[in-house]
Design a binder for this molecule. Sequence first.
Ligand SMILES: NC(=O)c1ccc[n+]([C@@H]2O[C@H](COP(=O)([O-])OP(=O)(O)OC[C@H]3O[C@@H](n4cnc5c(N)ncnc54)[C@H](OP(=O)(O)O)[C@@H]3O)[C@@H](O)[C@H]2O)c1
Length: 399
Amino acid sequence: MRTALDIRRAGEREVAPSGDARAYRWTVVGPERHPLAAALRAASRDDAPEAVAVLLGRTFHQVDNRRLLRAIRTAVARGSRLAVVHLGAGGGSLARTAAIEHPGLSCVVAELTGGPTPAAVRAATALVAAASPVTAEVRVDRDGRLSTTDWHPTDLPAAAGTAGPAGTVLVTGGLGGLGLRVAAVLACRHGLHPILADTATPERLGTAARWHLDRIAATTGVTVRRADVSDGAAMRQALAGTGSGPLVGVVHCAGLLRGGPVTAGTAAGLTAVQAAKVDGLRHALEVVDRHALRRVLVFGSITAERPHRSLGAYALANELLRRCAVRLAADLPAAATLVAEWSIWSGAGMAHGTPGAVAAARRLNLPPVPLGPGMAAVDALWRLPAAPGRAQRLLIAGR
Ligand SMILES: NC(=O)c1ccc[n+]([C@@H]2O[C@H](COP(=O)([O-])OP(=O)(O)OC[C@H]3O[C@@H](n4cnc5c(N)ncnc54)[C@H](OP(=O)(O)O)[C@@H]3O)[C@@H](O)[C@H]2O)c1
């Protein structure tokens, strides 16, 4: 489908750091038993420039927010090299945002995708010490080969193509600027009955939003539930007895935007932004019958991949959301999971409501997603041929 959008799917490209490896005096933040800790200590030289490495595991824990902030602040204060090495947990988007906010900070991010084999540990140890590091996040496979994500232009199926699954759909953040419009698309074009789960209530809606809610109510009917998606028990309680048939889809739109420089952030602040996104997705998938589920559409942000000044907390929450969605997709036997990593939207939503945000995004070469083409893309995403049990990533911006 030709749209006014720039849509890209993730591919892979081999990379090599240029220049020789340098010697560093490493400060290691993270568990002593991390496979990189001993290797970095062995490579450390007392008379060499300082460098800081934060080492994280396979899954992200709350304590990792503290570790990341500590390592970033230390590296910024010393003006030293910063390395983030993890086994799948993530965290690189926060460090890469800090590197944009502090141009003197030289940041390297490596994920050991095939585990900490001796070859991977050797390659990662050389990578984090490279004279000219790769600025994108680097994956290190079990044989020590390095690659980054390469983004290829792609199209979506035409709106007249295959119909998506019919039934009931749960939309978290369903009273928000985008969630409500997505619910309208799914109700009016796909005949789905939406359950809108949100901390907000319909009384707060403006005239345009109210019009969408009334339109959905008149088309397929709508169920509105006040629920904090970051609270699993509250979600279960809110969705109990909705009696609206099998849930065939989940659209996860609940989220918060908190801006500010990375070094001014707190671990509690990072956790708060992650709660609606990451815990919210887990809880939404816990309250549905996994076997009946056909589609999961996750609203992520392009900032997780292309960091932007002052959006470190948001970028990290969206990176962790994407990683969580990829992990959970493997456990959904009949559902196709799509992670759409959107640029800022114009016309509705959290950025539209922030004075100057859309204009600023245009200046920063982050073309906004216009509402009409964006919702046409949502329609097309719902029709994408299913590839159950795995997640597909799409980066979507305006042109
Ligand atoms: N708009 C954009 O430019 C853009 C770009 C890229 C990605 N996204 C993502 O798209 C999604 C939808 O964004 P939007 O623009 O529609 O934002 P929005 O207008 O702020 O709507 C988000 C909705 O989620 C609700 N919410 C927040 N925390 C919640 C929680 N813990 N439990 C239940 N509901 C909660 C909010 O309620 P309250 O008002 O009570 O907080 C709000 O109604 C978000 O995840 C956002 O990160 C948006």
